[in-house]
Design a protein. Structure first.
Lengths: 111, 119
């Protein structure tokens, strides 16, 4: 069956460290993968998109990797700050512009 | 740019009544919008794809007669929860597809969500 798994439900990181979140998928062949941030009671906010032919994408303190052989994407936040605390969702395209979301990782950055 | 609004942000209604939620793309036209629902500490589950000028496409297990979708213009889609029951209480989120010029990858922009509570 098709699955998208974010294997950490919650992650606690000391401020200043690098947070690394994992997204694995099975039985999909996505053309791209996206990462979103969601704060409590709010809709997701788009952060980064990485295509299947890209290995790495960066945006300020964010870095995403995409390994189509391992069927995995890693999402890194460097120099993490308490304001980075949120739930982070990975999502991939399934068909007809539909995207399917993982269950999310709740990231907490402690001062 | 690429702002999507939802109205209302919160609604409380009695069991058996109908509730309409609006989703608007404020600064771009969206031929396609999506409706999701999200239960606490769970991910977003796609309910239906709303296409301007045509019938919505519903995901398996979603009752089209209960969740009525109308996408009458390029900037507005509505979701009506008919004869709402307590189990319909959830966080409903819409998104609008912003199709990039030149055949690039489409990006969905999400609304802030609507918290529905059915008593």
């Amino acid at each position: 069956s098709q699955k998208i798994e974010q294997n950490s439900e919650a992650l606690n990181i000391q401020e200043g460290k690098t947070a690394t979140l994992t997204c694995n998928y099975t039985n999909y062949s996505p053309a791209y993968l996206q990462w979103y941030r969601q704060d409590p009671g709010r809709g997701p906010v788009f952060l980064l998109l990485i295509r299947e032919n890209e290995k790495e994408k960066r945006k300020e303190r964010l870095k995403v990797t995409f390994d189509t052989t391992l069927k995995q994407s890693l999402f890194h936040i460097t120099a993490s700050q308490p304001a980075d605390s949120a739930t982070y969702l990975c999502a991939l395209d399934s068909s007809a512009s539909k995207i399917i979301f993982g269950s999310g990782t709740r990231l907490s950055i402690r001062p | 740019g690429a702002v999507v609004s939802q109205h209302p942000s919160r609604v409380i209604c009695k069991s058996g009544t109908s509730v309409k939620i609006e989703c608007r793309s404020l600064d771009f036209q969206a031929t396609t919008m999506f409706w999701y629902r999200q239960f606490p500490k769970q991910s977003l589950m796609l309910m239906a794809t709303s296409n301007e000028g045509s019938k919505a496409t519903y995901e398996q297990g979603v009752e089209k007669d209960k969740f009525l979708i109308n996408h009458a213009s390029l900037t507005l889609s509505t979701l009506t929860v008919t004869s709402a029951h307590p189990e319909d209480s959830s966080f409903y989120i819409c998104s609008a597809l912003n199709q990039l010029a030149g055949g690039g990858t489409d990006t969905q922009y999400f609304g802030p969500g609507t918290r529905l509570t059915v008593l």
